[in-house]
Design a protein around this ligand. Structure first.
Ligand SMILES: [Fe+2]
Ligand SMILES: [Fe+2]
Length: 298
């Protein structure tokens, strides 16, 4: 098997990540103080990353209304996170049917799946603790969630994993030290960022390896369609139900969010490092570039 100089051997990568997992993993059941009461007056996401921050609607809101919006936006993002991790775990489980069960690569995939199971548990419990309700999949979303695990394979699997993980991760890293943040959410983000760093390394190595090994047509295809992620995220992050639950006019709220330069900046900086990586590996072809730009990420 030929490998490019840049891509590492699969077993070497898995070995490092397994060692890292032994050193730093969390059990949110005990690593978050679930008995601690919420800190009244603190935000569930820092105000400056909220979709409406700085808009006319935002300016007209009281502090408690702004905090309520942050509660709903956080519950929405955590719900989307649970859907994504569900899809990713389904895809990973399917790949295991074809890999060597005694390899380090397989062992690391199972370890990552275990991390995601704990994350989904943590996100669900956090939604309850926040006093919010989870967001449910609507018609077309349910179709997508049932089809995507079958589509995510080969190069597509690793690119999709990065899209699902890196954008959230970059934003969490920038915001988890915000003093306005609820302590429970801060802890959740710390745990998530630490474990996701390994997942991101694993997926990036996956992309590099596939770029070295896969057929040019596969690379062209994946590089051209991944921008759908940008269009999808733009809709998911401005879920009208979320605005309605925060007591706002959902149509007007979404309109203002889509036109909001502050929010665009949050999206752009969340995507910047991933965009550079995709581009470096020939995974940001023109159609994708157009879609990511339309989604507000470029
Ligand atoms: Fe996760
Ligand atoms: Fe992950």
């Amino acid at each position: 098997m030929t490998q490019s100089a840049k891509s590492l051997d699969r077993e070497t990568v898995a070995d490092r990540l397994l060692k890292g997992s032994i050193k730093r993993s969390y059990a949110p059941v005990v690593d978050i103080d679930w008995a601690a009461p919420l800190d009244e007056g603190k935000y569930f996401l820092p105000p400056q990353v909220l979709s409406l921050y700085g808009t006319p609607m935002w300016e007209s809101m009281t502090e408690p209304q702004r905090i309520e919006l942050s509660r709903q936006e956080a519950a929405n993002i955590l719900s989307v996170g649970i859907w994504f991790e569900n899809i990713l775990n389904q895809s990973l489980l399917r790949t295991l049917l074809h890999t060597d069960p005694s390899s380090l690569h397989t062992r690391y995939i199972l370890t990552e799946m275990g991390d995601e199971c704990r994350h989904m548990t943590m996100f669900g419990r956090a939604i309850e603790q926040m006093g919010a309700m989870p967001y449910k999949l609507r018609g077309y979303q349910a179709v997508g969630v049932n089809v995507l695990p079958k589509l995510f394979r080969g190069t597509m699997l690793w690119v999709a994993a990065l899209i699902g993980e890196e954008i959230f991760d970059a934003t969490q890293r920038r915001t988890l030290d915000d003093p306005q943040l609820q302590p429970m959410i801060k802890r959740l983000m710390q745990i998530h960022v630490t474990e996701e760093a390994r997942h991101i390394r694993f997926a990036r190595e996956g992309v590099r390896r596939r770029v070295a090994e896969s057929h040019p047509i596969e690379r062209l295809w994946v590089g051209s369609v991944n921008g759908v992620g940008g269009l999808l995220f733009r809709r998911l992050f401005t879920n009208p139900v979320m605005y309605r639950r925060a007591g706002l006019d959902s149509r007007e709220a979404r309109r203002q969010a889509w036109a909001n330069p502050h929010f665009r900046e949050v999206q752009r900086s969340g995507f910047a490092s991933l965009a550079a990586f995709l581009d470096e590996n020939g995974m940001l072809r023109l159609p994708s570039r157009v879609m990511w730009r339309r989604g507000g990420f470029l």
